[in-house]
Design a protein around this ligand. Structure first.
Ligand code: BEZ
Length: 181
């Protein structure tokens, strides 16, 4: 996707690790919302939060009419896409999208989405099964549970309600308590 390559700056919408892991240069950061998409732990991760034999689960967005996904928008230069494309190479593609910034502005931007046709896509499962998989998975970027807990904390900081993420977090914490008991 090269549509923004000749722009000076581009808005990038983050809804997963990009919300809390900002190891890239940006000019501005603002809470933002994306309409028509909802966050799901449906993408497999064999390169960050799991391994090829035991993939973890990370979030992607799936289309859902009337849904609003809360996240963070970063104003970046197009040169930042190259390292991000590398960091997020496991099935995610850049999509151009409209997004709404917290000051009410509607802007055009970019979001990384892993669609159902990518090889690492895992799709739906019960919240208990997703929590069990996350609890058991580790990869080069660390335990999958840290990804979930950081994301849930970051969403609370944004004041965002995400029943899917928070339900899986509750399942994971209950699982950890049962393991320690
Ligand atoms: C994000 O946090 O928006 C993101 C999720 C998956 C891949 C790349 C970025």
């Amino acid at each position: 996707m090269t549509r923004f390559d000749d722009h000076d700056t581009v808005w990038l919408f983050g809804y997963g690790s990009l919300i809390y892991k900002t190891d890239f240069a940006f000019l501005e950061r603002r809470p933002a919302r994306l309409r028509g998409w909802t966050r799901r732990f449906w993408q497999g991760s064999h390169d960050h939060r799991g391994t090829p034999d035991a993939p973890g689960r990370v979030v992607t967005l799936v289309p859902r009419e009337s849904a609003i996904c809360a996240g963070v928008a970063y104003r970046i230069t197009p040169a930042i896409f190259a390292p991000l494309d590398h960091r997020e190479k496991n099935g995610y593609l850049r999509l151009a999208t409209a997004l709404t910034l917290d000051d009410g502005r509607d802007v055009e931007g970019v979001v990384y989405i892993a669609t159902a046709d990518n090889a690492a896509f895992l799709g739906p499962a019960s919240k208990q099964a997703i929590a069990r998989q996350i609890a058991a998975s580790h990869g080069p970027s660390g335990p999958n549970r840290d990804y979930l807990l950081h994301l849930a904390d970051a969403l609370r900081e944004l004041g965002a309600d995400d029943p899917h993420v928070f339900a899986i977090e509750r399942e994971l914490l209950a699982l950890v308590q049962r393991t320690l008991a």
